[in-house]
Write a protein that binds this ligand. Structure first.
Ligand code: SAH
Length: 346
């Protein structure tokens, strides 16, 4: 049995208007079974059901945060698990999806990093997160218009599957997302960033997890960072901008006493000179045994002011889903003491 969602929409197993009907059922209606596709002839539905499965997940659990975000914990067909996060805002709905089970980047302040690497997700397991969250929230899949590849995993190390997933998200007959509302976040892999720049039909946004302007600090918090120097990462970011003309976002998780010193803000501003960029400061989200704590609000403000005074475009990311273990860096398959519900029975 193959997962239908692993296919590019243009190679779905039907032709012409039958294919359009099938795509409409999967991505517009969010149909959970071939049997539900009532305008397809019964023999076609039966044949599809013999060869393909629609659902990448064996089980789905949810943990709801008091701020409205929902952590989705998925059990895949091989029993492995990973997570996505749904974040409703007043004016939009955002989903944060995983590209791997676990992560090989091993960032010291990230709970997923501490799990180590499990395996890559397939394109359908990535896209399936969107359909499952829409189903769980009782909305149409296309109502989820903003997506970030910022869950578990390093998307540029699962490059081909992530690119196919992005093409399915953007495909007008699939999820029809706008490329401006899809962001890929990477730990900073120059080769992958250059490859992404060359995918010109794609045009999704790029965010780079820099987290420190100096090698010593960066390698302390991103142990795999020694493979790619900050100089190389910045060179790749500049090339990316030269090729695509797009603004680059830099993520910077604020770790108290580690990367939040004002001299580091000044060095960061220096690195960004001449680049059209945006810096996103992320208060560190705590987890048991991380050994790091977040900078205080005052410290974050001082860092912000130092950057702003140097002309850097900067904002602070509001944390979502902290009490559900769903905030940045907390995804590690834990079920905190919040209301947990099994979708199947909800
Ligand atoms: N592998 C990708 C996507 C990962 S997570 C990447 O490295 O960018 C998205 C962001 O959350 C990254 O910037 C990551 O460094 C950050 N992050 C990880 N753990 C965190 C934590 N405990 N608190 C705040 N941000 C964290």
């Amino acid at each position: 049995m193959r997962l239908l969602l692993d296919l590019h929409p243009d190679s779905y197993p039907l032709e012409g208007f039958r294919r359009r009907q099938l795509l409409e059922w999967v991505f517009v209606q969010g149909a959970g079974s071939f049997d539900a596709m009532t305008n397809l002839p019964a023999d076609l539905r039966a044949k599809l059901g013999e060869e393909y499965t629609l659902n990448p997940f064996r089980e789905i659990e949810t943990v709801r945060s008091t701020d409205g975000s929902v952590k989705y914990l998925f059990t895949l067909h091989d029993g492995r698990q990973m997570e996505a996060v749904y974040m409703p805002y007043l004016d939009r709905r955002t989903i944060c999806v995983s590209t791997m089970v676990g992560c090989p980047a091993k960032c010291a302040f990230c709970a997923t990093g501490a799990m180590g690497f499990g395996r890559n997700l397939t394109p359908g397991e990535i896209v399936g997160q969107v359909l499952a969250v829409a189903g769980g929230e009782g909305i149409a899949p296309r109502e989820l218009r903003n997506l970030v590849f910022m869950g578990m995993g390093e998307p540029l190390l699962n490059y081909d599957h992530t690119m196919l997933a992005a093409r399915i998200l953007l495909h007008p007959q699939a999820l029809g997302m706008s490329k401006r509302r899809v962001t890929l976040s990477t730990v900073g892999l120059p080769k992958g960033i250059r490859r992404l720049a060359a995918e010109d039909d794609l045009g999704i946004k790029l965010a780079i997890s820099l987290h420190a302007p100096d090698e010593e600090t960066r390698q302390r918090i991103i142990p795999t960072g020694h493979r790619n120097s900050i100089v190389e990462i910045m060179a790749a970011a500049r090339e990316y901008q030269a090729t695509t003309g797009r603004r680059v976002t830099f993520e910077y998780s604020m770790l108290r006493g580690v990367n939040d010193q004002l001299w580091q803000a000044r060095e960061l501003a220096g690195l960004l000179r001449g680049l059209v960029s945006h810096v996103n400061l992320i208060p560190m989200n705590p987890w048991d045994g991380s050994g790091f704590e977040s900078s205080t609000e005052e410290e974050i403000q001082a860092f912000y002011d130092e950057l702003e005074a140097r002309g850097v475009d900067v904002s602070v990311r509001r944390s979502r889903g902290k009490d559900a273990g769903a905030a940045c860096g907390q995804l590690a398959l834990k079920r905190p003491d919040a209301v947990t519900g099994n979708i199947a029975s909800a």
